[in-house]
Structures are given as C-alpha cells and as structure tokens.
Design a protein around this ligand. Sequence first.
Ligand SMILES: [Zn+2]
Length: 314
Amino acid sequence: MADFHCDVLSKLLADPDLDPIDSANNHGPVTIDATLDRQRAGGYMLQAYAVYLTESKPKTMDAVLRSIDLFERKIAAHAGYRKVLGRRDLERALQEGKIAALLTLEGADALQGDGTLLRTAFALGVRVLGLTWNYANWAADGVLEPRQGGLTVKGRKLVDEARDLGLVLDVSHLTDTGFWELVERTERPLIASHSNSRRICPHPRNLTDDQLRALIAMDGRIGLTYVPYFMTDRGQAEARDLLPHIEHICSLGGENQLMLGSDFDGIEQYAKGLRHAGEAVHVRQEVERAYGATFAEKLLGGNAVRFLLKNLPD
Ligand SMILES: [Zn+2]
C-alpha cells in the first residue's frame, strides 16, 4: 500500500504531544489516523507526509521548518521508516521492509516567491510541491477561489525553478485554469496526489476527463482519495465507492497511472470502514475482488513506486 497524501504533520504541528507511531498513546479528542501501527496493519510500504499549514494561522516558513523538524524527530528517526530523498532510499526502504516516508508541501504560500526558500525546502527533503490549497496565494489560485485564475508571474517562475530542482508538481487543489497552464509549462509528469473523477462525483476538487487524459498521457499519477464527498454525492461513502472512479479512469487508459492518496488526518468526515490507515485493507479487498491481484498490486503501490523510481533524483 502506497499513500501519496496524509496530514499527520498538520496535526503534529497543532499538538506536538500526539504520537504518530503508536495509536495507543493518543487519547483524543484528536487522534492520528496514519500512525505506524495502523500503517503496518494496512500493509503500507510508502507514506507521503504533507506539510500543510492551516488557514487560521500565518503561513510562514517558520511553520514549515517546525513541521519538517517534527517529521524528522517523530517519524523519520523511527526505525520503522526510511526517509526518501531519492530513488536509492526508496529501493532500500522496500528491501528493508520499512515504510518509505516522503515529504511533500501542500501550498507554496510560505515560500514567498523566494527561490532561496524553495531550494531550502528541497534541501530539507521536500520532493513534491502543490502550488495552492483551496484558495489563492502569491503563486496561483486554488480551486475554491471565486475568480478561478491560473498562475501568477511569480508562480510561473516557481514552476520553472521547481522543475530545475527536480521537484514533482502536484495539481490537487489547483483551479482548472492553473492545471492547464502547468501542463503547458513543464514537460515533467504531474501528479494529482488526492483527487478523484469529476465525471463520477461532481466536485471541483475532482478531475475532469480531459485532465485525467492529460495526466495519463504524460505518465503522471492520479491518487484516489477517501474524502467521502469526493467519492460519491449520494450520501454515506464506503470503500466500494472508489470502484466507479477506478473503472472510469481505466476506461480512459489510466490503469498504470492510478494510485492512492487517502487524505487521512486531513478529513473530518470519514467514509464507512475507512476511518484510519489500518482500514485501508478494505480498499485492498474491494479492488482485489473486483479486478484481481495483478491490477490491485499496481493501484495499491506498484504504480506509485514506479513513478518515484523514474522521477525522483538519485
Ligand atoms: Zn489537500
């Protein structure tokens, strides 16, 4: 199981006493969905950890550094994980049976249009960058920003600098305008770390068929997410509501580009039977039952790993 998006770091930043290793140490009301014991129960081999700063506080580089420091001390330092900076780390993690831990940045806000801050984030291990969360920042408009703009001049410069560094760019949360500007601007494959199909579930955070086709054509990746209202608009969601998304994206040719991006620890409402990383086994069961073990292996981890082995630095 490879999961390209969770918000454990955001919860740790709010409460550094939370334990991302052993869920028995978290006594609520806030707990952690993607703890090590739950990831192991879910059969995880890779977890992407997003640095995400909430809207309620200033989005500063200081908060980014605190998030990365928490990642280093409370996650990467544990023997159950190996931090992934490049291909070799990923290969080693897989050989050792450790969970590969990948650092991502959800929203460029804190980078302030400053190449030094971008390079610093990269030097500290950030390997995937999403330009925005749901709203506008200096780089681009997010998907819920009423004016629905694309990239700013500074945002375009950021994209060029990110490309030169070898960062993977993430289109989840970006406007449709921004999506297509990004496609024009970079030859490197893009990912949508946590978005579903808009045809199956009409929500602006999901992807149109044209966007899905573009991601598939560039051999990018699409991470299916367990946010219930991105899965279905017909009430209570459960793991099997991912199947129509899978079927539709495969009908567009995306069998080798599908992966998972749970959004655990970033969601307040949960799909039934998808309350935490341990319950990701329900996704495995549904996919294996519907499409067999060979396809399940690709969707649940193989496609994500192949992408990283091709697109990460050495
Ligand atoms: Zn998100």
